[in-house]
Design a protein around this ligand. Sequence first.
Ligand code: NAD
Ligand code: ZN
Length: 354
Amino acid sequence: MFRNFKVVPKVVFGRGCFNQLGDIIREQRGDTDHFMAFLVDDVFTGREWPNRLPLADQDMLLWVNVDDEPKTVYVDTLTQQVENHAGRPVGVIGIGGGSTMDLAKAVSLMLTNPGSSADYQGWDLIQNPAVYHVGIPTLSGTGAEVSRTTVLTGPEKKLGINSDFTVFDQIILDPELIAGAPTDQRFYTGMDCYIHCVESLWGTFLNTFSQAFGEKALAMCREVFLEAPPDADDKLMMASYFGGMSIAYSQVGICHALSYGLSYVLGVHHGIGNCIAFASLEEFYPEGVAEFRDMLERQRISLPRNLVSDLDEGGLEKMVDVALVLEPLWENALGSDWRDQMSRERIRQLYLRM
Ligand code: NAD
Ligand code: ZN
């Protein structure tokens, strides 16, 4: 069976297009004077551009905190806060990096589906369409703006709510919003995109659809991180979108499997976790890792070292468990006989290098 892939139906791209948000949501409000909920990363409190948010009197502005990556309990709390404002909103607007966009996706789903967001971690468990939701990235690389998942850490697992209803109804891609990101964070999130491309293009699930998007995204990442052209932010934003489109029709690989283990056990964030894992994967992605090292040098980024060596045996075993659950990722990287090639011990050894 071929995947019947849901895409974001409406996209605006361009410098300053954030200013169109008011017109876009006015159309959505129609005749109703019911409220919209704006979920905005609290890193932007006190900045200039939130003053340009098209807030109507009845709307709700909810600053969200992403010091920790999104947890199901936090999604449930935010959903409750939105409901307490005035019931169900006509729309949810998420403005921030991958974490904030994921929070907005998850809240928009939980406003129409009963219970806790932890009940829906998995594939196609959501029953009811979400509230209209808009994603506006302020960091580029995760591809969260185009994906059909919202990645959440729950009481038992780190796993997304994967469903067609998760996909944004509208995204607004304004390169001016990513301009102020700190250099290291911009790099880690950008490398998420670079690694998506390498894992997709050097994976066994590759097909022409994924290749078309992946090759273009990879070329744009190279320009951004090796040459730094004047329109680097525009290119990075489109690379993130294309990289997301590429993996949506193939899969990620070993780096993401290992990075999920780092994140679950050590709380390491996705972008930096990918960088730490990828640096030790020369034997699987030789060209990609060599180029990644050039990018690190060029961008003057130094990665933390010896992250895992002090970990107790229980923690290390848990990381191996978390990585091994992600079977499609291993299969994409190594083929259908991946179990013959990748033992628990080999994964342990990979972790011990980090
Ligand atoms: P993030 O959203 O976690 O943000 C990282 C840090 O950067 C935070 O401190 C945030 O406040 C800050 N920040 C964001 N934008 C900024 C800006 N313009 N200027 C200054 N600071 C800014 O980072 P991310 O790498 O974009 O997202 C990672 C998250 O995305 C993880 O939770 C991961 O699980 C998720 N993810 C989701 C998908 C998906 O398809 N849904 C895919 C990959 C990753
Ligand atoms: Zn990723």
